[in-house]
Design a protein around this ligand. Sequence first.
Ligand code: ZN
Ligand code: ZN
Length: 468
Amino acid sequence: MSEFFSPYDADRPLLLKCSCGKDHTAAEHAQEASAQSATAELKRRSLTSTFEAYSNEFIEATLVKALFPQDAVRRQFLRAVGKSTAMAAIASVLPLGTMQAMAQDKNALEKTNLKIGFIPITCATPLIMAQPLGFYQKQGLNVEITKTAGWALIRDKMINKEYDATHFLSPMPLAISMGLGANATPMNVATIQNVNGQAITLALKHKNNRDPKNWKGFKFAIPFEFSMHNFLLRYYLAENGLNPDTDVQLRVVPPAEMVANLKAGNIDGFLGPDPFNQRAVFEEAGFIHLLTKDLWNGHPCCAFGTSTEFIQKNPNTFAALYRAVLTSAAMARDPANRELIAKVIAPSQYLNQPEAVLTQVLTGKFADGLGKIQNVPDRADFDPMPWQSMAVWMLTQMQRWGYIKGEVNYKQIAEKVFLITDARKHMKELGQPFVAGPAYTKHKIMGKEFDPARAEAYAKSFAIRKTA
Ligand SMILES: [Zn+2]
Ligand SMILES: [Zn+2]
């Protein structure tokens, strides 16, 4: 029997084997070739001295920002002690020094073979592209990134320690640490992966039904309960007078199944991650009602994180990972790289999407399914700063919708899970007088200010909330 053409294989087209000899279609061949040349070009850019300087500075700036979230305090500190004292003080408390030393001494890594989970969505861009671009390898790490079917599985594999680190929805480490929906296991957010980058997509039949006040009875998909998607959709519906628990149905659906469910008429819409909003437009199944950027510009979505135990046992490995992911974020932030990144993450082992869909998401030049081409450069962005005030907002919404019962010590939980505090604690031990307050800032959600200093009153201020 021929092993070249498999004429009796029901799952494979006959006589369509690629001329290169590989078992894939001509379209897959073209996608692979395009990914390879894009990877080579991005690698070339990452090896230039300009990028090297840019990414080092980006990492340093991110760390300094974590230490001094309020810029006025940073400047006050610099003026008071002078630049070189400040740099020495900062270097002594941040992983930066360790990380730079490690570049010379790879033996310091406690563990080099790592498994990292990801969900195939554009939020995971920095985490994914670090592999083909060799950023993990450069840090002495041998990382296997594993595509995972859904968020519950990500949670379980982190708790079972099958993964060393992972792509998380940013509320997940809060929920897992608090033992919501799982045995309490301390988890950390090391960096935010992406900000913005989500949308509310509706089925085409609702083209002329854009006012949420008329959406009673709608069925919406969300990727997971502990997600910004759930919290933002609930917030949006409630601001428009609908109770998300009683006036509509919210269903947890893995992102990759959202478009099929929209097509089949099982749902009226979803608040989901990209590329699936754009994929719905591409398949002529739906239109983009609004970008989540328009609900909260700069909202966090996914995170890069791991367990507290992993960080404690493998501090140098964690620092190396942190550096690799931040290098990747530095590259992803630059709009000039976005078209190439779309090609790199398109193939089947990563997002498995048409390049045209990913380009629209990452460049922000996109067809909205309503006959318009929109140009929103920050439709998706990659800002790694894990503001603890973002965590506090998530906790207020978890409380609002009954996921947490009773009183919540917002700051304690936020500071335990969103990793900024350690550096500040060490700073205090060193007797540095100008240590910034925790990483809290005000945020604006649908035009209303959220002040983390008044979280308790904020949580109780909503007319629509879960009462039972
Ligand atoms: Zn081929
Ligand atoms: Zn996300």
